[in-house]
Design a protein around this ligand. Sequence first.
Ligand SMILES: NC(=O)c1cc2c(=O)c3cc(F)ccc3oc2nc1N
Length: 332
Amino acid sequence: MTQAPLTLAEATDKAKELRAQLNQYSHEYYVADKPTVEDYVYDRLYKELSDIETEYPDLITSDSPTQRVGGKILQGFEKVTHEVQMYSLNDGFSKEDIYDFDERVQKLAGKQVTYCCELKIDGLAISLKYENGKFVQGATRGDGTVGENITENLKTVKSIPLELKKPISVEVRGECYMPKQSFVNLNKEREEAGQDVFANPRNAAAGSLRQLDTSMVAKRNLSTFLYTVADFGPMTAQTQYDALNELSDIGFRTNPEKKLCQTIDEVWAYIEEYHEKRSELPYEIDGIVIKTNEFTIQDELGFTVKAPRWAIAYKFPPEEAQTIVEEIEWTI
Ligand SMILES: NC(=O)c1cc2c(=O)c3cc(F)ccc3oc2nc1N
């Protein structure tokens, strides 16, 4: 029995209820990696909302899950100037480089420091701006000062919240990446279609975010891990470790493998641990990022022209990267 059409008032309330429910399910699936309902439950509610929005287009809101599918053809990407410079990291390639880094930091800080260690996700650095909790701008790093406005494309990335859990204004940074399995599937599709394949997940993510057809981006199953607060707004974290937890609390996806290390020996043990575990991860990493944990020390140490003095990226030896994807291909 088909349902009697809803009045505008009923449709308005129902759409609000469905958006909240669908965005909660989407957060659980794409951000927390802990889905609580089967896909068919989500799909049924999504269709109900989509039908209401078709009937009453004025009820479409910027944070509606129906806005994730893209469908805009962009003419190009405007330039964006980063108010807060997006630096790169100095690299380290050996145990000695890491211990030298620790020595320099201890000397500059004049005291024992603790380190926050994070996996170095091999994707594309992005900056996300929110005003009163709403996603208003997404950009690439570019040269660190000027990047490209890829807001429309990033709106289709399901782990990027269109609205935060609190109506705050912040700017955050992280990595947009393509999971290994999505990379293998995409290359299979491209090979079958006689198209060039991507060399690695990082290139596939970068190529996807450069698409001018946003519906193409929506199909690429990109994801994110956020790791930096550029403009704190009302956020209160005083250390990198707490900032990662605060980013998660307001709705961002953060990487769960972080570790607070009291000494550089603990840092080195973490590096060796994840050098071993690297091939088991569902995403590519090309190393480990080590940061002094206290923000007071980061402020004291500051930046060179190119990079922060308070962080270093330990890079794994590159030759293994290919075998990792080859291993995945055998599991298909
Ligand atoms: N790829 C990454 O997973 C990753 C990258 C960076 C940066 O590029 C980065 C650059 C800065 F100037 C400062 C902190 C940073 O922290 C970072 N943390 C991470 N986890």
